[in-house]
Design a protein around this ligand. Structure first.
Ligand SMILES: Nc1ncnc2c1ncn2[C@@H]1O[C@H](COP(=O)(O)OP(=O)(O)O)[C@@H](O)[C@H]1O
Ligand SMILES: [Mg+2]
Length: 442
């Protein structure tokens, strides 16, 4: 389906416009602000309705605007007033469709896809546009990956710093494993002291006894009267003395004191060592946990990447040789931005065509950016595939295509197509001069 006739009144810049497109390429030319985009926009607004209608569709000073597209099988009329818009879609015989917008939506492909704009976009924007065109949406997955990337960076940083802290802690190896029980040694010391005191007391006792014997012997000598009794006492004491057990060797306590001192120092070292061990263990645990979480995030990120890659690999792209990979569009395996501009333009137009299979109408807004070869290429493709390409070009000379001036058609330089449009119809009639069609000012 194509547009056989376009009529518009008071839409944006347009006053009264009637265009009967001839052939496959319809250049809309004219100076700046003459109403070229208004023509392209009125086609889009007529088909797409809401969302495609500019903020102020009605020409300044007018009360309403009307667009009428005769597409052969369908006649589309859209009218705008200050408050409302009306749509009627009728068959060629005049029967009106009940759900006119639904009817048009079913016809519309990727009508906004402008091949020239696409061909001039960055690799990233092209990838996005093509993904959108074939219905791929990675936004959620990519956003989730960005969140996980950030979190993983923080975790890796924590893990690294915990590892470094663990490395920096020195744990000495030449200290006994277990704490020495000094209370046992202190008890032992007390017992030894007691024992030694007993020995001292016993020694004392024995010394005084010897002295007593001496004193008594002296006394006995001096006191003969008491001699006998003294002898007896001496004998008794000597008997007693004979019963004494040998004295134990005194215990050396200097050594014990030294051991207590050493044990104290050792224990302090053990406490410090154990603290260091605990901290080292704590940091190692922290690092292990962060590393495990980081690994988990890596898995999630990889899984999403795989999901994206799978979706891309299985996406049905509109033309042969086109592929998406690694955020770029490829044409026969070559990144789009490395292909020649002709190759890119050809592919872009082919995409636009394949994306609009029913309504064979394509709009190109920035046609002025095309060189002659590009223009020719689009003309050839439009003819070969039988698409109607409406293309806007700034031009001052007024002798190409439909020339706009001040919101109306100033001249129609189209070469008229033969009347009996049929399968074998070829381009313009040979030898025919371009027809100049002047529309009067309103
Ligand atoms: N509703 C409107 N009423 C009057 N003028 C308008 C309206 N909308 C846009 N314009 C004017 O139309 C001109 C742009 O028209 P446009 O069709 O984009 O021209 P072109 O594509 O030829 O450069 C601008 O001067 C703009 O101010
Ligand atoms: Mg324009």
């Amino acid at each position: 389906m194509k547009i056989l006739k376009l009529e518009a009144e008071n839409f944006k810049r347009l006053s009264v416009v009637e265009i009967t497109p001839q052939g496959n390429l319809i250049p809309i030319t004219g100076k700046n602000a003459s109403g070229k985009s208004s023509v392209l926009d009125c086609i889009y607004a007529a088909f797409a309705g809401k969302g495609a209608v500019p903020g102020k569709p009605i020409r300044d000073g007018e009360a309403s605007a009307t667009i009428r597209l005769d597409c052969g099988d369908l006649i589309i009329t859209r009218r705008f007033t200050e408050r409302d818009s009306y749509l009627s879609v009728a068959s060629a015989e005049g029967a009106e469709y009940k759900s006119p917008q639904k009817m048009l939506d079913a016809l519309l492909g990727a009508f906004t896809f402008d091949p020239l704009t696409f061909s001039r976009q960055s690799a990233v924007a092209q990838f996005k546009a093509l993904s959108d065109l074939v219905g791929l949406d990675f936004q959620q997955l990519e956003e989730a990956n960005i969140v996980d990337y950030d979190e993983r960076t923080a975790l890796n940083r924590n893990a690294k710093s915990a590892r470094a802290s663990a490395e920096n802690i020195q744990v000495s190896d030449n200290i006994p494993e277990d704490i020495v029980d000094t209370s046992l040694l202190v008890n032992e010391l007390a017992e030894a002291g007691e024992c030694n005191a007993n020995i001292e007391r016993e020694k004392e006792k024995r010394t005084s006894r010897t002295r007593m014997i001496d004193a008594m012997l002296e006394e006995a000598t001096a006191l003969k009267a008491k001699h006998k009794a003294a002898i007896k006492e001496i004998n008794r004491l000597e008997v007693e003395a004979k019963q004494d057990k040998p004295l134990a060797e005194p215990i050396a306590i200097t050594d014990l004191r030294q051991r207590i001192e050493v044990a104290g120092a050792t224990n302090e070292a053990i406490i410090l060592r154990d603290e260091a061990r605990a901290r080292k263990k704590e940091y190692a645990t922290k690092a292990k946990k962060a590393e495990a979480e980081s690994n988990m995030l890596t898995k999630h990120i990889e899984a999403r990447k795989e999901q994206i890659a799978k979706a891309i690999a299985s996406a049905k792209l509109p033309i042969e040789g086109l592929s998406l990979d690694d955020g770029q569009v490829f044409l026969n395996g070559i990144p789009f931005d490395q292909c020649s501009s002709a190759e890119v333009l050809r592919a872009s137009v082919a995409i636009a065509m394949s994306a609009n299979p029913q309504l064979r109408v394509i709009r190109i807004e920035e046609g002025s950016l095309l060189d002659n070869d590009g223009f020719e290429l689009i003309a050839e493709m439009a003819k070969a595939e039988d698409y109607q390409v409406w293309i806007e070009r700034v031009s001052d000379n007024g002798n190409v295509g439909i020339v706009m001036e001040d919101g109306h058609v100033k001249a129609d330089n189209q070469e008229p197509a033969p009347h009996n449009l049929s399968e074998e119809q070829e381009g313009p009639l040979e030898g025919q001069e371009p027809q100049l069609f002047i529309v009067e000012d309103e």
